[in-house]
Design a protein around this ligand. Structure first.
Ligand SMILES: NC(=O)c1ccc[n+]([C@@H]2O[C@H](COP(=O)([O-])OP(=O)(O)OC[C@H]3O[C@@H](n4cnc5c(N)ncnc54)[C@H](OP(=O)(O)O)[C@@H]3O)[C@@H](O)[C@H]2O)c1
Length: 300
């Protein structure tokens, strides 16, 4: 098969769409013929070597953490899914012609492949953040970084729970936040005062998606420090805010099932921009720039 790969850490120019060994489904896994795989910031962080812990690359590096596709192998101990089914979900690496998934949900037939691929990491992360914060109907939530992949999905999943959402974005994305149902504020200096004014009352929870605002500003909005959860500022834990990187906090299968339901109900709409796999470097550069509206998705 062909897969997106790199043989030295670097910027997106080092990416190649080239031959790679076929992966196979192990126990509790499935393999899909990939119809779409999204780009997440972790992809260019891995590519850059920033997550390598100083280790040299031992062989080719592969990328991608979510995908949508048609099942073509079913591993041992897997029930409820068959060869030929359309699914989406999470696994690694997925930016390839074939990918092995660890967690998945049936792709609703009305949902585009690219949208389903975009829903994996973003949907799981959004569900995790809202669950850790205990966001329920009637709560007011502040999302710092509401227009990107995780942020825009979180805005809509919170609204679907009956919460009110104030979210931050650049000037260019204020209308987009309004379109998906959040009250928009600009990020940067003075963000806490703007968020407070927009909420017109106290916040019950703060979700730090971007990791760019001083954590003290975000804590000043919450009823207590632990009601700030960050997915991108790993130093925030020292202040009493909570930090999550997935792992034991994740309930990926349940999150994907919920996301599928919300997509069908049109309560969740994911804006996607697609690129063919051989133009992945362009998508990576846009993601790296850090001013996303929705998601970038690679397609064969
Ligand atoms: N810990 C985990 O489990 C986990 C899971 C998924 C993602 N992440 C991390 O979470 C971060 C966000 O992921 P993503 O997929 O949502 O990224 P993304 O799609 O690139 O979106 C990033 C968003 O950040 C906003 N932003 C930029 N500068 C900002 C600032 N100074 N203040 C507030 N917001 C700002 C941007 O808004 P504008 O476009 O309007 O500028 C953009 O919409 C990344 O660092 C990613 O690696 C962590």
């Amino acid at each position: 098969m062909r897969a997106l790969q790199f043989t030295a850490y670097g910027d997106p120019d080092v990416l190649e769409w080239a031959e790679a060994p076929d992966p196979h489904a192990g126990a509790e896994q499935i393999r899909v013929v990939v119809r779409a795989a999204s780009v997440n910031p972790i992809d260019w962080k891995v590519l850059s070597g920033a997550l390598s812990g100083g280790e040299r690359l031992a062989g080719p590096g592969y990328l991608g953490y979510d995908a949508a596709g048609v099942v073509d192998e079913v591993g041992d101990q897997v029930v409820g899914v068959s060869v030929g089914d359309d699914v989406f979900g999470c696994g690694m690496p997925t930016q390839a012609e074939y990918a092995v998934l660890d967690s998945w949900a049936v792709k609703p037939s009305s949902i585009d492949w690219a949208v389903a691929a975009a829903a994996g990491v973003a949907g799981e992360t959004a569900e995790r953040g809202l669950r850790l914060l205990g966001v329920t109907a009637g709560d007011t939530l502040f999302i710092d970084g509401g227009a990107g992949g995780v942020g825009a999905v979180t805005v809509q999943m919170a609204l679907a729970r009956g919460a009110k959402v104030v979210a931050s974005a650049s000037q260019a994305n204020q209308d987009y936040l309004r379109e998906i149902g959040a009250t928009p504020v600009l990020y940067g200096e003075g963000i806490a005062a703007r968020a407070r004014a927009a909420a017109g009352g106290p916040f019950q929870a703060v979700f730090d998606v971007a990791g760019k605002t001083p954590i003290e500003d975000l804590i000043s909005l919450a009823p207590e420090p632990s009601q700030v959860v960050s997915i991108a500022n790993f130093a925030a834990g020292q202040t009493g805010a909570r930090v999550t990187g997935g792992g034991e906090d994740s309930r990926t299968v349940e999150a994907l099932a919920l996301v599928a339901e919300l997509l069908v109900q049109n309560k969740l709409v994911i804006k996607v921009q697609t690129f063919p796999f051989h133009r992945a470097a362009e998508a990576y550069r846009i993601s790296q720039d850090g001013h996303m509206r929705g998601k970038l998705v690679l397609v064969p």
